[in-house]
Design a protein around this ligand. Sequence first.
Ligand SMILES: C[S@@+](CC[C@H](N)C(=O)[O-])C[C@H]1O[C@@H](n2cnc3c(N)ncnc32)[C@H](O)[C@@H]1O
Length: 217
Amino acid sequence: MKYTICELFAGVGGFRVGFEKSSSDWKTVWANQWEPSKKVQYAFECYKSHFETSGGINEFSNMDISKVPEEHIPKHTILVGGFPCQDYSVASTGAKGIQGKKGVLWWEIERILEAKRPPFVLLENVDRLLKSPSTQRGRDFGIIINCLAKLGYAVEWRVINAAEYGFQQRRRRTFIFAVHNTTNYYKELENQSVYEELQNLGFFSSILMWKLFQVKQ
Ligand SMILES: C[S@@+](CC[C@H](N)C(=O)[O-])C[C@H]1O[C@@H](n2cnc3c(N)ncnc32)[C@H](O)[C@@H]1O
């Protein structure tokens, strides 16, 4: 094992499956999943039964993340998580965005990043996150980027539609990738122009096809 993963809001382990299938260098060292106000924790049980054999039971946590002290979380190379999205629904008039009951979970991510400062972060949310809240479009995403920048991270993001990558489902998701300023990766990108970084060398552009379409005048 070379690189370690901390999976927050783990659900049934989508991030874990992706990372660990991509290379045996990746190992999930801690995961947290908790369904608020549910006596039976189906997602957690499913996660545990799937991954129990690949690590010790202590790596699974079934507690409200806001109640988990940072000291209980081991150091890790990357923090990943698809944080709950109900409060980023711009269609629903009651959605309060980052101030809502679910939206406040962003602050748990921030708390853990502040304590652990992992070199890399990969987060996922609905595409509407970019426009939330409906009364002040874009505010919440601005807050998230600002928090990451204050903690020393450079941030890249991309809206990815699964249907454009061979999946039979239209599923548009905002992915946020952040890299800490203490890493070599950050230093390498720092020497490139923003254009070069975003078009060719960045996290998303190096994985996903990107074409430059010239607009005819
Ligand atoms: C959008 S889903 C993530 C799905 C996940 N990426 C997967 O592959 O299944 C968000 C998850 O966060 C969990 N969650 C909600 N509030 C939580 C809290 N306070 N603490 C920990 N987990 C929470 C939900 O139960 C849900 O499974």
